[in-house]
Design a protein around this ligand. Structure first.
Ligand code: G3I
Length: 397
């Protein structure tokens, strides 16, 4: 090898070591990336690694590890429930901001970004609203005005404190719904028509000029047939393209990432292709609610390692598929897990027949699982030259 070539190798080597050692060695100890938090390792790529926060667990003095990990392991937080309408306005005109404000303060203290979840969703709506519509005391015009007021009030209150808002969540049906042909579903589409989606983004933008405004949904990790009649990802893609064409201020699409090891799921190239296709529309992407659950067979519940180990490994592999795809696409701005410990996961309550669980990256005793280690290695090994800064769009006017 000629001298010039050796020199080049030398330069790259120096750069690599320099990049790896951007974090100063502490107390003479060499920099050990495996000792870094997921959040810190994400920042090497400009990627926010986050978690949903359960405020009851955060405030539970008897569960200090929850708060310790929520504050130290992640650079972004999402309210699991306390920014939802039923919590913020339990009775009409009376707001309860306490828990949401507390999360904002917690994030500020820990220098974490906040993903706002959620301005418009068909679930967890206050009873006064749904019963008012059901008994006709709230007509369509009033309902639309109530929606505008809710979005404006909430987005205004947290202006400048929210990095990304889930403006509209889960507005599209699934192939198992009736009719099976994909369509706009739920309370808001049924009462106001699909036009509420564009309205919601415009009202959110008017209230907060800086937040990145996202559409958020599940089962959109990869494209299927490419026919919007049965391919939800294609439906959401065409919806987003349509909104952009109308000049609606949608800045991003969030893929929740609720997976199960019993399903076929996707490989890294399929997910990367989907992220790239969405970024072709000029929108950012994010994984917003990642967990990978497994069926809790009698053997698993009995602690049978031969049944548990394949599930933990399959779960880890699926967490990693989404992380690798996100790292590979610069418009993918954040990777948020939907709860980080099996001690506090929505899965066992929701999927109870047959029972499912083991969905997060730490076990019930806050011990890191294979999934945690695989996410960490993805963030470390995707090193130079694969470290890619993120490309964040300007909030659309
Ligand atoms: O707050 C009440 C409490 O007062 C009551 O004692 C208790 C017992 O019934 O219920 C509590 O409300 C529960 C709430 O979580 C807060 O813990 C609801 O029953 C329960 O249904 C609700 O579940 C949440 C679920 O959304 C509701 O749809 C989960 O924690 C939350 O993880 C889940 O999150 C959703 C995302 O927002 C959107 N994407 C899917 C994701 C998983 O379903």
């Amino acid at each position: 090898m000629k001298l010039r070539q050796w020199t080049t190798v030398g330069v790259v080597a120096v750069l690599t070591v320099a990049a790896l050692n951007t974090v100063p060695a502490t107390a003479g100890r060499p920099y050990d990336p495996t000792a870094q938090s997921l959040g810190a390792l994400g920042l090497r790529h400009g990627l926010q690694v986050g978690t949903a926060v359960n405020m009851d667990a955060l405030n539970d003095a008897g569960d200090p590890q929850y708060r310790a990990l929520a504050s130290s392991e992640f650079t972004s937080v999402t309210a699991e429930n306390v920014m939802k309408w039923e919590v913020l306005e339990p009775t009409r005109g009376t707001y309860d901001w306490a828990a949401a404000d507390q999360l904002i303060d917690f994030a500020k203290r820990n220098r974490q970004s906040v993903r706002g979840h959620v301005l418009v969703w068909h679930n967890q709506l206050p009873a006064w609203l749904t019963s008012g519509v059901a008994d006709g005391s709230i007509n369509k015009q009033e309902l639309r005005e109530l929606l505008r007021k809710h979005i404006t009030t909430v987005a205004n209150r947290y202006k400048g404190k929210i990095w990304q808002w889930d403006v509209v969540n889960e507005a599209v049906s699934d192939p198992w719904d009736t009719p099976s042909t994909l369509h706009y579903k739920g309370f808001w589409a049924e009462n106001l028509g699909p036009g509420y989606i564009a309205d919601a983004f415009r009202w959110a933008r008017a209230a907060d000029p800086k937040a990145l405004l996202f559409y958020n949904d599940y089962n959109i990790e990869a494209f299927g047939s490419g026919n919007p009649a049965d391919d939800k990802t294609q439906f959401v893609y065409e919806m987003t393209r349509g909104l952009r064409a109308q000049g609606v201020p949608i800045d991003g699409v969030g893929s929740q990432g609720h997976l199960g090891t019993q399903y076929g799921n996707f490989d890294t190239l399929q997910v990367t292709a989907a992220l790239k296709k969405f970024s072709g529309l000029g929108v950012a992407t994010a994984f917003t609610e990642v967990d990978v659950r497994s069926q809790m067979t009698a053997g698993v519940q009995a602690g049978n390692a031969e049944e548990i180990n394949p599930r933990l490994q399959a779960s880890a592999a699926n967490f990693s598929v989404l992380m690798k795809a996100c790292l590979a696409v610069r418009s993918c701005l954040s990777y948020t897990v939907w709860g980080f410990s099996d001690r506090h996961s929505w899965v066992p309550d929701w999927f109870d027949d047959p029972p499912e669980g083991l969905a997060t990256i730490y076990d019930e005793n806050y011990q890191p699982k294979r999934a945690y280690q695989e996410l960490k290695s993805d963030l470390i090994l995707a090193g130079p030259p694969y470290v890619q800064p993120r490309s964040t769009p300007r909030p659309r006017r």
